[in-house]
Design a protein around this ligand. Sequence first.
Ligand code: DGL
Length: 278
Amino acid sequence: MNGVNRNVDAIGVFDSGVGGLSVLRALLTELPHERFVYLADQGHAPYGEREDSHIIQRASAITRYLTAQHRVKAMVVACNTATAAAIHLMREAHPEIPIVGIEPALKPAVALSTTHRIGVMATRGTLQSEKFRSLLEGLSAQAVFVLQPCDGLADAIERDDAIQIGAICAQSTSVMGTFDSQPDQIDTLVLGCTHYPFASDILRSLVGDAVHLLEGGAPVARQTRRVLEQRGWLAPAPVAHTAPPPPLVIGSTGRTDALQSAAKRWLGLDCTVASWDV
Ligand code: DGL
């Protein structure tokens, strides 16, 4: 890529489905002049309870597709499960572009918690991964972590099934212990799957106002800015203040209607979702 101006190229973002929109929301705020291409792999989701081999194969096909068909200058893996299973292989296969991943926000949780008791909700795949284990090991002297795999929660959020979302959140939080800011209570809850911020209203009603709910979109967006800045690949601000925002391209390998209504509901985006065969 030497000598090629990459500033105008897009940033590729992917997740198994609608969850990565929580990261895209932070990216659009942090990097308003960038063009984004968002891929929801709904035809092959959910990832959270699948074999690593499935996720590795999907991450590799998606990276090839986005780099070849959409000229992306960077990739954001807006999925904790895919980051844990596949980001090292994606980086090996595509050294020409920076690839930014997401991990459950344990470090910020340690900094915030005063009871030193931290809940972590994530997919089974994330919690069982090597990457997560080593993150946890490095912090286990500083807090007690209560880990909760939430089978079916990402899928219920995909289907916008409020009853199922409520039932899984209630069951998950009740087995984790009591939440509040007294000693021995969980005062910080890490949302370790990018789908879960879209259940934060119900989680908030279950754990109470004193508990910190932590998601990872904003740190990922800041890291994306840093890696582009280092390479001199940030998109320039438009000269005219009235210039329209850069176009956003959104596609799904599955049903496009669910993604389209989620983008409208959560990000206020009126966009047409493309159907991509990846
Ligand atoms: N949103 C994804 C994550 O952050 C995965 C959800 C799923 O497909 O199970 O882990």
